[in-house]
Design a protein around this ligand. Structure first.
Ligand SMILES: *Cc1c(COP(=O)(O)O)cnc(C)c1O
Length: 372
């Protein structure tokens, strides 16, 4: 699905030198590289504060901890996403209220958010799934009207831009109260281990987030609240400093792959290519097709036989997972339930060449023809 090795070889000497410099400095934890990366990411995102942490799941947890929520408070998020989003809600003894997504964009449906709001609702977590922003214009309107926090789970869309109807453009993850991301190796901006960050424009929240990520400690050895230990280490930070200037070109390379796939599959009546929303650029963390002939699983099998990896993101609705089970009326989740049976994600990354793309698309189309 990804080719991290080829990507590394292109920047190997620069990255190796940077890592060796950190080794020489022995400033492994909270070294200057972390601060430099933090500042550079703040500039890239045009946001006041980036708070680095150990991974994208911690970023979500720390973000929610900073909002002073009480046990049982309700957080609305999508039923169709990676589990980390709801996992942290459960860990903090908050109540996850899962709602359906939009069939074309795979992101949370604002009308469903409205319908799910109660007296106990405190926050919305839109997930910018597969590399495209959720409908933040509507979501921010709803949040403002109901005085709700918005925490953007931006693990899959770093570098995407959202265009508001007044002409203002903002980076994904910088529109809500807080934004979170992951630097897991296969994410669009990935390090060579684990990493994550929280973003905010709010000075007081930034102070709070830093304290929570550091054992609830605001003054050395004075613990004002129960926090966690969650840090981005200096080696990962120095690697990310080498990769951040390449992020836009990485995202562009992914878009080119998506263009190739779009073109190849556009005429096939049993394949729906991913829709590009009008108000968000797409950074294609995943390229996800919807297969309409009920042969999705057979297609995945056929691709595997031809040594083409393809993944089902995601096979089970979160509301049906044992850990997060939520009583629900399936009719309210028609899009999620349809997507679970139709989606298949093809390889997409910065190193795919035309020969590989031709092979992949030929094999997919060969299978689809055989099924007619
Ligand atoms: C990857 C991911 C996370 C978690 O990030 P980790 O760094 O693996 O903890 C959270 N949310 C979404 C949507 C993700 O894709």
């Amino acid at each position: 699905m990804v080719d991290l090795q080829s990507q590394y070889y292109k920047i190997k000497s620069e990255v190796d030198n940077a890592v060796l410099n950190v080794m020489d400095s022995a400033a492994f934890i909270n070294g200057p590289e972390v601060k430099f990366f933090q500042n550079e990411l703040e500039q890239y995102l045009n946001i006041k504060h980036v708070i680095p942490c150990a991974n994208g799941t911690d970023a979500l947890q720390i973000a929610l901890m900073a909002l002073d929520l009480k046990e049982g408070d309700e957080i609305i998020t999508a039923d169709f996403t990676f589990a980390a989003t709801v996992e942290v809600i459960h860990l903090l003894k908050l109540k996850a209220v899962l709602v359906d997504v939009d069939y074309d964009t795979f992101t949370i449906n604002p009308e469903k958010i409205k319908a799910a709001i109660t007296d106990k609702t405190k926050a919305i977590i839109p997930v910018h799934l597969f590399g495209q922003c959720a409908n933040m214009e509507e979501i921010l309107k709803i949040a403002k009207q109901h005085h709700l926090f918005v925490v953007e789970d931006n693990a899959q869309a770093i570098g995407a831009d959202f265009l508001f109807s007044d002409g203002v453009s903002k980076k994904s993850g910088t529109m809500g109260t807080l934004g979170t991301t992951s630097f897991f190796p296969s994410k669009n901006l990935g390090c060579y281990g684990d990493g994550g960050a929280v973003f905010t424009d709010d000075d007081a929240l930034a102070h709070r987030l830093r304290g929570i990520a550091n054992h609830g400690m605001y003054e050395r050895y004075y613990h004002d609240e129960v926090g966690v230990n969650s840090r981005l280490d200096s080696i990962q930070a120095t690697i990310l400093r080498k990769k951040l200037p390449l992020l836009d070109s990485y995202n562009e390379a992914r878009r080119k792959v998506a263009d190739y796939y779009d073109e190849a599959f556009s005429a096939n009546p049993n394949i729906l290519t991913p829709k590009r929303a009008e108000n968000s650029t797409h950074v294609f963390h995943q390229y996800t097709l919807r297969i309409l002939n009920r042969k999705r699983d057979e297609l995945q099998q056929f691709l595997a036989e031809k040594e083409i990896p393809a993944m089902i993101y995601y096979p089970v609705a979160l509301r049906k997972q044992k850990a997060y089970f939520q009583e629900s009326n399936d009719a309210d989740f028609a899009n999620t339930d349809k997507l679970l049976t139709q989606v298949i994600s093809l390889p997409i990354h910065t190193e795919l060449d035309e020969e590989q793309l031709k092979y992949i698309t030929d094999v997919v189309l060969e299978f689809m023809r055989a099924m007619l």
